[in-house]
Each structure stands twice: as structure tokens, then as C-alpha cells.
Design a protein around this ligand. Structure first.
Ligand code: S3P
Length: 173
């Protein structure tokens, strides 16, 4: 099985994924980290030097490659991954994949992303909390239709990372 964690930026896909992998004795992979390694550039540099379309192509390419080569793996993907290139259908149509949506409220996301926007090219330029709320509100509205297709959904609001890991394990087995 490959467990794929999806959700908006800063919903904890990477940190929760690592904990979950440890607990289940699975490998852990992060799609953004793989793109950075293969392209020998940070995600921010890829966006800046090659553009978002190039990034989306690479994202789909490495996602498909990983789904073919990996097993017993927790894979955290980027916030946009399920929303481009038919990637959500790819996940749903693969019998070896379990998709999990780490669901966060707008308030939680705004609070976290005001602190963690620097390495995220889509929101790094946003300065005020009001602008951030408006941007994420609209963006989430566009993306939620993809996230909501995940087989399992777990809320992260007001939970510790360990609580979320426990909630995921309860849903999985
Ligand atoms: C993106 C999310 C990022 C990264 C890129 C684009 C998005 O990953 O893939 O900056 O479109 O939401 P995280 O969700 O890990 O921040």
C-alpha cells in the first residue's frame, strides 16, 4: 500500500507523514523534496526560473513514477498536486493507493501560513492577515472539490500531530 497525504499548504502533510511512517514502519517520501532533489533546485527556484507550468509537469511526472516504484510508503504531496494533471483520478484509480485528506479550517491555515509562507512561492508575497484570509479562502474553495474526493478525511484543527496520527490509524485499519 502507498498512503498519500493530501491537503492545503501547511496542513501538516510532511510532519504527520513522517510520524505515521515511523509508527507503521513504512518508508516516507515527500514529493516536493523529490522534485527539489531531481531538479537540483528548491521549489521556489523552480517556480521563479522555470515557471509554475513546468513545476506542475514535473510534479505529475514524479508522482506517477513513484506510484509505480514504491510500496509500504507514506507519500506527502504538494497542496496543489491533487488539483492538476488529473492527479486525483490517478490516485483514486490506483488500487494500491489510500488517499487521506488532512483537513484544516481557514482560521487554522491562515494562522499557520502567516508564519510559514516564506518557502511557498504562491503565498510568499502576501503581507497582511486579511489578504491571506482572502487568498486562502478563494484558493481553498477552488481546491476543495479535489481534496474532498480522498478516501479518508481527518481534521487537524486543535489536534496535536500525534492525535492526527492516531486518528489516521483508526480510519485505516
Ligand atoms: C503548492 C504547495 C507546496 C509546493 C508548491 C505549490 C500548492 O507544497 O508543492 O509550493 O500549489 O499548494 P506544500 O503543500 O507542502 O506547501
Amino acid at each position: 500500500m502507498i498512503i498519500v497525504l493530501i491537503g492545503y499548504m501547511a496542513s501538516g502533510k510532511t510532519s504527520i507523514g513522517k510520524k505515521l511512517a515511523e509508527k507503521l514502519n513504512y518508508n516516507f517520501l515527500d514529493l516536493d523534496a523529490i522534485i527539489e532533489e531531481k531538479e537540483n533546485m528548491t521549489v521556489t527556484e523552480v517556480f521563479k526560473e522555470k515557471g509554475e507550468i513546468y513545476f506542475r509537469k514535473k510534479e505529475a511526472f514524479y508522482l506517477n513514477a513513484l506510484l509505480k516504484s514504491e510500496n509500504k510508503t507514506i507519500l506527502s504531496v504538494g497542496g496543489g498536486t491533487p488539483c492538476y494533471s488529473g492527479n486525483m483520478d490517478v490516485l483514486l484509480n490506483n488500487k494500491n493507493v489510500k488517499s487521506i485528506y488532512l483537513k484544516a479550517s481557514l482560521t487554522t491555515l491562515v494562522e499557520k501560513l502567516m508564519r510559514k509562507k516564506a518557502k511557498r512561492p504562491l503565498i510568499a508575497h502576501i503581507e497582511t492577515k486579511e489578504e491571506m484570509t482572502e487568498f486562502i479562502g478563494k484558493h481553498l474553495f477552488e481546491r476543495i472539490q479535489f481534496y474532498n474526493q480522498a478516501e479518508i478525511q481527518v481534521s487537524i484543527d486543535n489536534k496535536t500531530k500525534d492525535d492526527v496520527v492516531e486518528a489516521i490509524i483508526l480510519e485505516l485499519f
